[in-house]
Structure formats: structure tokens, C-alpha cells
Design a protein around this ligand. Structure first.
Ligand SMILES: C[S@@+](CC[C@H](N)C(=O)[O-])C[C@H]1O[C@@H](n2cnc3c(N)ncnc32)[C@H](O)[C@@H]1O
Length: 115
């Protein structure tokens, strides 16, 4: 799994601290990239699943989808966290602006990349 995160200056902690929250057998399977998700993949490997739970801002979320879309396998789920959270309207706005079809699952929105 590859995960992207950026330092949270307001809390004075960085993404590297998050890896300490999981056991080493989990940590060993995670590659942490300290950069915005919108900077896209670092290699040409196809992506099986894209889970977006980052800034929750409309424009940022749109950028993330656009940069990762060419790397998704056909049928790959694209999952948007906090889709129903009233505190983060940008998530739903991004899916609507992109015209994504999908289904709501709890607080998530699940779209499948057509390929
Ligand atoms: C709501 S937390 C979710 C973290 C994790 N998915 C979880 O459920 O525990 C959102 C995370 O997105 C990170 N973040 C904010 N903007 C980002 C961006 N543009 N690119 C990547 N990560 C970002 C924040 O630093 C924070 O760690």
C-alpha cells in the first residue's frame, strides 16, 4: 500500500508518526510518501484501489482524481471518505463536478473506474 500525507503544522506532528500507530508487520507493507496526493504516483504500477481521505477540499479532490485516474486498473474502486460529512461539502461537490457514478456506502462514496 502506498499512502500520501503532508505534515500537520498546526498539531506539530508529521506523517512519520502515524506509522508508529501500527504493528511492524503492517508498517512493512506501507510506503509513506510525504507529499500531497495530487502529486500522483511515483511509478508506473497500475493502481487496484484509490482511497481519498485527504484535504476534503473540492479542487484538491478533483486534482487527485484527475492525476490518479490514468493509473487505475479497469474496475478499480475509487473511494471517497467523508462523502456525507456536512463539515466537508467539497467531497460531494468534487464527485458531482466530475460527474462520477457510484453508490453511497455509509459515509463513503464508491465509484468504479470504467477503464
Ligand atoms: C481525516 S485524516 C484521515 C487519515 C486516515 N485516512 C485515517 O482515517 O486515519 C486526513 C489526512 O489527510 C492529510 N492531508 C490533508 N491534505 C492532504 C493532501 N493534499 N494530500 C495528502 N494528504 C493530505 C492530513 O494530514 C490528514 O492526515
Amino acid at each position: 500500500m502506498v499512502t500520501y500525507d503532508i505534515p500537520d503544522l498546526s498539531r506539530g506532528i508529521g506523517p512519520q508518526h502515524y506509522l508508529q500507530l501500527v504493528d511492524s508487520d503492517v508498517r512493512d507493507r506501507i510506503e509513506l510518501i510525504v507529499a500531497p496526493g495530487s502529486t500522483g504516483p511515483r511509478d508506473a504500477k497500475p493502481v487496484d484501489l484509490l482511497y481519498i481521505d485527504s484535504s476534503h477540499e473540492r479542487e484538491q479532490t478533483i486534482e487527485e482524481v484527475q492525476v490518479w485516474r490514468p493509473h487505475l486498473r479497469p474496475g478499480a474502486p475509487v473511494i471517497f471518505d467523508d462523502y456525507t460529512n456536512p463539515g466537508f461539502p467539497g467531497v460531494r461537490e468534487a464527485t458531482e463536478q466530475l460527474g462520477l457514478r457510484g453508490e453511497q456506502r455509509g459515509e463513503l462514496f464508491v465509484h468504479r473506474h470504467p477503464g
